[in-house]
Design a protein around this ligand. Structure first.
Ligand code: HEM
Length: 175
């Protein structure tokens, strides 16, 4: 259903409030605060508060002079992402040499429920890479890290639950 104009949005105001408060919309799948990603469309808490209070206030129409020009969906440019190899992690995997982790790719197959991916570095520190709370939203499988991560040889990658698997997207380390 189109949600481009006030007339199209108004009848859905209550449903929109529910969707954004429960974080079902916009679809993303990754739990906030566990890893940081490029392309993350999630709304911030202040944005959610603005939508929610607008609905609570009766969803009034704003002044048309502040209306943004209509969004041209055809002009959307998709940024290219770095070439990377896949290291499939099922359970536990110990890196035999250093790599740069640039993202993670989660399968969409049946049974693709929640999963968590963490990296345990040889110095004892733990990096939280990805936490998916349930089935992947359609069209979302690649989660590119906001900052590439240097993982030294000896790093232990852990994917839970044991039955889950995830591809870590890696490049060779310059070190
Ligand atoms: C009446 C409330 C809404 C309903 C019932 C609804 C429903 C849906 C459904 C069924 C999809 C298809 C994908 C899926 O099932 O996850 C979808 C996609 C999407 N929705 Fe919503 N939605 C609502 C409100 C919103 C709002 C308020 C936003 C933004 C804040 C939003 C952003 C998106 C985005 C970004 C997509 C993905 C589109 C794409 O991949 O091209 N939705 N929505």
């Amino acid at each position: 259903m189109p949600l481009m104009t006030y007339a199209e949005v108004r009848p859905w105001a209550k449903a929109i409030k529910h969707q954004v408060l429960t974080k079902r919309m916009p679809p993303w799948g990754a739990v906030k605060g566990f890893g940081a990603f490029l392309d993350d469309p999630s709304l911030s808490l202040p944005e959610i508060a603005v939508i929610s209070s607008w609905v609570e206030g009766g969803a009034p129409e704003g002044d048309p002079k502040y209306l943004q020009p209509p969004h041209d969906h055809n002009s959307r440019t998709v940024e290219s992402r770095p070439a990377a190899r896949r290291r499939t992690i099922r359970g536990d995997l110990r890196l035999d040499r250093a790599v740069v982790a640039v993202g993670a790719r989660a399968g969409n197959g049946p049974g693709s429920g929640w999963l968590q991916l963490t990296a345990h570095l040889p110095d004892g520190s733990v990096e939280h890479l990805l936490w998916l709370s349930g089935p992947r939203p359609p069209g979302t499988s690649d989660y590119w890290f906001r900052t590439p991560l240097n993982l030294p040889g000896g790093t232990r990658l852990v994917c839970t639950p044991a039955a889950a698997s995830v591809d870590l997207l890696v490049q060779d380390s310059a070190k």
